[in-house]
Design a protein around this ligand. Structure first.
Ligand code: MRU
Length: 367
């Protein structure tokens, strides 16, 4: 997608073909700054500290982390160590494990002198594939938006609510939840996006940045505003992303997604989840009971990060000194609250049958 007219991916290789470059997403939306990752440890830090975030992008950067490790030293020990370090960076998004397993399984069967080239090839493949998966998600999701447009008087705007950032900054390009929105906008459908702020890390700011760069009309709202807007007929459709979707269609996503799904159900508003297949985890059935929910530092809850009018970055305390803070990063929306899953292979029910019909191969491989 584009920033000021220039096309970018969210992760790419520098001219030397080895250094990995990313945007520092902790500086966005205030400043577009890139960071170079030169070692596996750099990649691990980038994921852990959320310089990169979003399930598909975490997977791609982890795969590049394996490549950087093989560039540093391609022994069996280093291969295992890289896997062990990278897998611990964040616990919830299954794309991390998916990418690391894919890299590890290939590399362990290759002689050490050939591992570096193979590891970069795998990482490049994962990145390229993600772009294509997200593009297809966009095409399938576009049809849903087109159907809603047909039920409305011509020229009336379609209001879509999204939570967190599931755009191109969370993937390699296009995004998941935002891909259909970009395509609808490009197809001339009038869309407007309600962007949840998404405390505590304010990923809504990233979504607003992306939509603004692409010229899509949007409004940033407090996380608690969605229910009110739905009650007043101001939301036609919700689309969110996911960090892990289970065999029966339960969806784990950024904290607060569940409350939006409840409000959507109560107000008969379609609630869709967009996901590429690497986000599916057929080994898990009951998302609430089985998915590990990341708990991050309480400081992210008691403080807000922002920029002053003078351009200085500030970390501002909003809580009484010493207040106990809970920072649950994700929640699980049970399948019954989800209208459909938008995948690269089409749209299906959020159910075991729906997923099995679209992904019989993965279902068999993983279960
Ligand atoms: O903590 P984050 O910012 O990594 O969480 C990201 C989300 O929850 C996204 O909605 C999810 O990864 C889907 S991204 C296409």
């Amino acid at each position: 997608m584009k920033i000021n007219g220039t096309h970018y991916r969210s992760v790419w290789l520098a001219e030397d073909g080895e250094t990995v470059e990313i945007f520092d997403q902790t500086k966005l939306p205030f400043e577009v700054q890139t960071i170079q990752l030169r070692t596996m440890q750099d990649a691990a830090t980038a994921i852990k500290e959320m310089w990169v975030r979003g399930a598909p992008l975490i997977g791609a950067v982890a795969a590049y982390g394996m490549a950087l490790a093989m560039h540093q030293e391609s022994s069996d020990d280093n291969l295992q160590q890289a896997y062990d370090i990278l897998i611990k960076t964040r616990p919830t998004a299954i794309n991390l494990k998916w990418a690391l397993d894919r890299s590890y399984r290939t590399l362990e069967n290759i002689e050490p002198s050939l591992r570096k080239i193979a590891a970069y090839r795998i990482a490049n493949e994962i990145a390229d594939e993600d772009v294509e998966l997200c593009r297809k998600i966009g095409e399938h999701g576009l049809k849903i938006i087109q159907c809603i447009a047909e039920t409305k008087p011509a020229d009336e705007t379609i209001n879509i609510l999204t939570h967190c950032n599931a755009g191109w900054l969370a993937t390699v390009d296009w995004g998941t939840a935002l891909a259909p929105i970009y395509m609808a906008h490009d197809a001339g459908i009038k869309v407007h996006v309600w962007v949840d702020e998404t405390r505590p890390r304010n990923q809504g700011g990233l979504t607003a940045f992306e939509l603004g760069s692409h010229g899509v009309p949007h409004t940033l709202i407090a996380d608690n505003a969605g229910g009110h807007l739905m009650q007043h007929g101001k939301v036609d459709l919700c689309i969110v992303g996911t960090d892990r979707t289970t065999a029966r269609g339960d969806v784990c996503n950024k904290i607060g997604t569940y409350l939006k799904a409840l409000a959507a159900k109560a107000n008969q508003i379609p609630f869709y989840v967009a996901l590429p297949s690497p986000t599916l985890d057929f080994t898990v059935w009951d998302g609430v009971k089985e998915i590990p929910i990341e708990q991050r530092s309480g400081e992210e809850q008691s403080h807000v990060y922002g920029i002053t009018p003078e351009g200085t970055y500030s970390w501002v305390n909003t809580a009484p000194q010493g207040t106990a803070c809970g920072n649950y990063a994700f929640d699980v929306t049970p399948a019954e609250f989800i209208t459909g899953l938008i995948t690269e292979r089409g749209v299906c029910d959020a159910s075991a049958e729906g997923l099995r019909m679209l992904f019989p191969d993965l279902c068999e491989q993983q279960a």
